[in-house]
Write a protein of this length. Structure first.
Length: 288
């Protein structure tokens, strides 16, 4: 069956049909997928049955993989895989329990944020036959385009600081059962500074690169002004007209562009409802 692309009727996202990711993907099919990724920013591949090796092999077609700094939640045999789960083994979380608590993009706190993540669903909680734990994605490109010329001018040269330590303090302040970064982890991810309007390295299109999860403040503004501008921009990016809401099925592989989009998870489930997904994260290039 030939690979085909089926765009969603939202600002971003498309389903790719006719591709079995567990098998080697030929050059022609890969080119179709790669073009669709640039165009739609979020791609869904349904009904996949992947081993960690197959998940990694497909991800590597797009480039090198990160080993996540939160190494306590990397897969023991395949450190390129990050476990995203609410499951506990005795008292210990087996994966990141709070991935996506706030709107964010993966690794935006690094000098070279990720160019994409590939998340594979193995266990999805449900209630009365309806899946729980949806993930929403916002188009930072459509959001940028919709800004007034006045705001575009105001933010054109602004930069912001991004920090994983800040994100974790926020989680703990909000009552999440989390730990601060270790000294080694902290040393790997010092605060990064990025312009809040980025040109997506994949497409050249401008996008709004601030997110509520990782941004500490806008450089050079008074605290109050920075807070207000960030709140306004964060509200703007996540308006319903820019958002695709993904309802998970077991066997979904979802991949997204971490510069052109932002995402947030729904926490409407709890143990004994189990959620277990595996993620690979693509390396990116240093952003301005
Ligand atoms: C992630 C993430 C959200 C979710 O894996 O990067 O934010 O719904 N996940 O699991
Ligand atoms: Mn994420």
């Amino acid at each position: 069956m030939a690979v085909s692309i089926h765009p969603f009727d939202t600002a971003l996202g498309a389903e790719v049909r006719g591709l079995d990711i567990s098998r080697p993907v030929d050059e022609e099919s890969f080119a179709i997928v790669n073009d669709a990724y640039k165009k739609h920013s979020v791609l869904l591949f349904r009904n996949q049955e992947l081993t960690p090796q197959q998940h990694i092999a497909f991800s590597r077609r797009f480039g090198k993989l990160e080993i996540h700094v939160l190494d306590q939640w990397c897969h023991a045999d395949h450190p390129e895989i990050l476990i995203v789960s609410n499951i506990k083994d005795k008292d210990r979380h087996i994966g990141v329990p709070h991935a996506g608590r706030y709107w964010h993009t993966d690794l935006s706190y690094m000098v070279a944020p990720s160019r994409g993540s590939l998340l594979y669903a193995i266990e999805i909680p449900e209630q009365n036959g309806r899946a729980l734990g949806d993930t929403r994605f916002a188009s930072a490109v459509a959001a940028y385009d919709a800004l007034s010329e006045e705001i575009k001018k105001r933010i054109a040269d602004l930069s912001a600081t991004f920090s994983l330590a800040h994100h974790r303090s926020k989680l703990m302040a909000d009552g999440a059962d989390e730990n601060p970064l270790t000294a080694e982890q902290q040393a790997k991810v010092p605060v990064a500074v990025h312009k809040i309007v980025q040109e997506n390295p994949l497409t050249g299109r401008k996008c709004l690169f601030v997110n509520e999860g990782h941004v500490v403040e806008i450089v050079g503004l008074a605290q109050e002004e920075s807070r207000e501008l960030l709140a306004m921009l964060s509200r703007h990016v996540t308006k319903p007209e820019f958002v695709y809401r993904h309802r998970w099925q077991v066997g979904d592989l979802l991949m997204w562009d971490n510069v052109a989009t932002q995402h947030i998870a729904e926490f409407d489930y709890a143990l004994p409802q189990r959620r277990y997904l595996l993620r690979t994260t693509l390396e990116g290039v240093a952003l301005a």
